[in-house]
Design a binder for this molecule. Structure first.
Ligand code: C2E
Ligand code: CA
Ligand code: CA
Length: 632
């Protein structure tokens, strides 16, 4: 009750019968009321005090909360502005509500550009760059389907200064969005570099095998019915020997020059790739075949026939090529590549330095070759070889003065395989190194059992010069047999010198210095036997049997033989004529004052056990008497 109403009530109660107010009664009433309320006031006072206290505590709490909030806000700002990523928040009306400094930096915007309420359109107009229409491929984690369902969108921006900015935009249900933005320029470049490296050969910068296959795939897929596609598989002949003799880094430099020349020959209209160490491939499209690819192959051959240089050193190279043409030789990349490879193997087997077009029967031949190669490997391990010896007959002394070691392969199923059927293959696959080492050892061991004056001649392949330490192999074979070096002759053909004269000559000189004799074999069968004769002081030249056939009946053949014997004489080299089969040939060569002969007339090659018998045979003669010459 309000105070006035209460007092009015008290006054009413204090009115006496005469209508006046009994002051005492009023006082009592007031005091009584007061007393009733006194205890209430105490209570109220106490409560007020409590309230005041609580109010104080609350105020304290509010202030602490306010301080904490300020702290959190500052922390939030520090985090926001020190994020390595840009951050932006746009409301449902696409107006900016929040962004950080990195966002501003990434998009080249000013603080004024970023006032709250700016729209996305405003900002895109102000930034120095544009949205990329084709964002680069990512690892695929955010496929567009999952991106849409999760409200996540990726956008990419190409800035004028070349930077690439990627935005990951999270769209919330109310239409507002939160985005984080990152500079992915370095990542993208690294990814592009990785892709490039995975598709290119680092040495030459040419597309590699993977890339080439993709290009062949694509070209075949787009081929029109009347269009032909030629695939050329190139392989440098005996490039390994360059690496072995000049070192890998010199080999690399030469490969770069090769790539450059092939690139120039192939032109920009053809696709060139490096498939492996010394292997290249070219894809030629949309042209009349086989004429155009033949012209291309000839152009490459011409380019590569010019010498290569590494510093002072000059290197001669040749190339073998295999060609397959789609659709005739296959319409799938794998088949076309395989068939070009088969044709290449045939080009190699046919003596290298040539191109061969794929032909159906090649495959069967290749399989036979592979089988032979596998057998040959086993033969080396199982020592299925044997040496036969053919006498070298000294015409003036009328006696056998030595034997040439000729290898025989006793194949467990095929029987005896002649050397011409496996030595070229062994040379190609490198097995001739092991075989040659075995021949040297066996020949020296056998010769050590023969009389002192009897020499042993061993054939050495070009590969043995380039792929093995021939000098060491020879020394070890001589030492193991305790044979004098003066009893060993090494027969080399022109091909040894053609491979790499500058590398071979020091080896030949080293061998000669040790007292080993060096013979030039098959003289006259190569292109430049004469020029090679002057490059090294051979001890002997062996005139090829093809020159003997007609010497008795044909004047020209006789004249040529006469001239070669004179030449050998003039150079101070012994002359051996190979393939002497008749007594007439022997008589003529006796007249010509030839030093030595070899051939079936004296004896065909015989097993080692027949050597003592051969040495005991009476002298053979054509009946011509002459004085011994004074040459060595
Ligand atoms: P080559 O060094 O010219 O050996 C001479 C070849 O002529 C031998 O053939 C021999 O049997 C044959 N021959 C000898 N006399 C006559 C004859 O009067 N008339 C005819 N028509 N032929 C005769 P073979 O044994 O079949 O050897 C062929 C080639 O194989 C050799 O030619 C040589 O280049 C190579 N060869 C043989 N053994 C080895 C070896 O151990 N290592 C290397 N790298 N090559 C070898
Ligand atoms: Ca020989
Ligand atoms: Ca020969």
């Amino acid at each position: 009750m309000k105070a006035e109403a209460l007092f009015w009530q008290q006054c009413t109660q204090a009115v006496t019968d005469d209508g006046s107010i009994d002051a005492q009664r009023l006082m009592d009433l007031v005091i009584a009321t007061y007393r009733v309320h006194e205890s209430n006031y105490d209570e109220i006072e106490r409560r007020v005090e409590t309230l005041l206290r609580e109010n104080h505590v609350l105020r304290g709490n509010i202030s602490a909360l306010g301080q904490a909030f300020d702290g959190q806000k500052k922390l939030f700002e520090i985090i926001l502005n020190n994020l390595p990523l840009g951050l932006s928040v746009f409301d449902a009306d696409q107006r900016l509500t929040l962004s950080n400094i990195r966002f501003r930096q990434l998009f080249d915007l000013t603080a004024e550009d970023l006032t709250a309420g700016a729209t996305i359109a405003d900002l895109t107009a102000k930034m120095r760059g544009r949205e990329s229409t084709k964002p680069g491929r990512r690892t695929g984690r955010h496929s567009s389907a999952t991106a849409k369902s999760s409200g996540l969108r990726r956008r990419e921006w190409l800035m004028d200064d070349g930077r690439i900015i990627q935005s990951m935009v999270t769209i919330l249900s109310d239409g507002s969005n939160i985005s984080i933005h990152a500079d992915i320029t370095e990542d993208r470049r690294a990814a592009e570099r990785i892709t490039y490296l995975a598709h290119h050969d680092p040495l030459t910068g040419l597309p590699n095998r993977i890339h080439f296959r993709e290009q062949v795939d694509a070209t075949l897929a787009e081929r029109k019915p009347d269009e032909q596609i030629a695939l050329v598989h190139l392989n440098l002949d005996r490039f390994k020997s360059i690496n072995n003799t000049m070192g890998v880094s010199a080999g690399d430099k030469i490969l770069q020059q090769v790539a450059e020349r092939v690139r120039a020959s192939a032109g920009s209209e053809n696709t060139l790739a490096r498939l492996g160490s010394d292997e290249f491939a070219i894809l030629q499209t949309g042209k009349q075949q086989p004429w155009n690819v033949t012209a291309l192959a000839e152009q490459i051959r011409r380019e590569l026939s010019e010498p290569f240089f590494h510093g002072e050193k000059q290197v001669e190279l040749s190339v073998s090529m295999g060609i397959a043409i789609a659709p005739e030789d296959g319409e799938e990349t794998d088949i076309l590549l395989k068939n070009a490879g088969v044709a290449l193997s045939h080009a190699k087997a046919d003596g290298r330095k040539r191109e061969r077009f794929f032909a159906g029967e090649m495959e069967a031949q290749m399989q036979l070759r592979h089988a032979l190669e596998a057998d040959l490997k086993a033969a080396v391990e199982n020592e299925e070889f044997e040496l036969h010896y053919q006498p070298l007959y000294d015409l003036s002394q009328r006696r056998i003065c030595g034997f040439e070691a000729l290898i025989r392969w006793n194949h467990p199923v095929r029987g005896r395989v002649p050397p011409m059927d496996f030595i070229p293959l062994a040379e190609e696959v490198g097995l001739v190194v092991d075989i040659g080492r075995w021949v040297l050892r066996r020949a020296c061991n056998d010769a050590a059992l023969w009389p002192e004056g009897i020499k042993i001649a061993v054939n050495v392949s070009a590969i043995q010069f380039s792929s093995s330490d021939l000098t060491r192999d020879v020394s070890e074979a001589l030492a193991a047999a305790a044979l004098s070096p003066s009893r060993l002759e090494l027969e080399i053909t022109e091909s040894v010198l053609m491979e790499n004269l500058s590398e071979v000559l020091p080896i030949l000189h080293a061998l000669k210095e040790r007292g080993i004799r060096i013979s030039m074999d098959d003289f006259g069968t190569g292109y430049s036997s004469l020029s090679y004769l002057s490059s090294f002081p051979f001890d002997k030249i062996k005139i090829d049997k093809s020159f003997v056939n007609d010497i008795v009946d044909n004047r020209e053949a006789h004249a040529i033989m006469h001239a070669i014997i004179l030449l050998g004489d003039a150079l101070g080299m012994r002359v051996t004529v190979e393939g002497v089969e008749t007594v007439e040939q022997l008589a003529l060569l006796e007249c010509e004052e030839c030093d030595e002969i070899q051939g079936y007339h004296i004896s065909p090659p015989r097993p080692a056990c027949d050597v003592p018998h051969l040495l005991s045979l009476p002298p053979k003669s054509g009946g011509v008497t002459r004085l011994p010459k004074t040459k060595h």
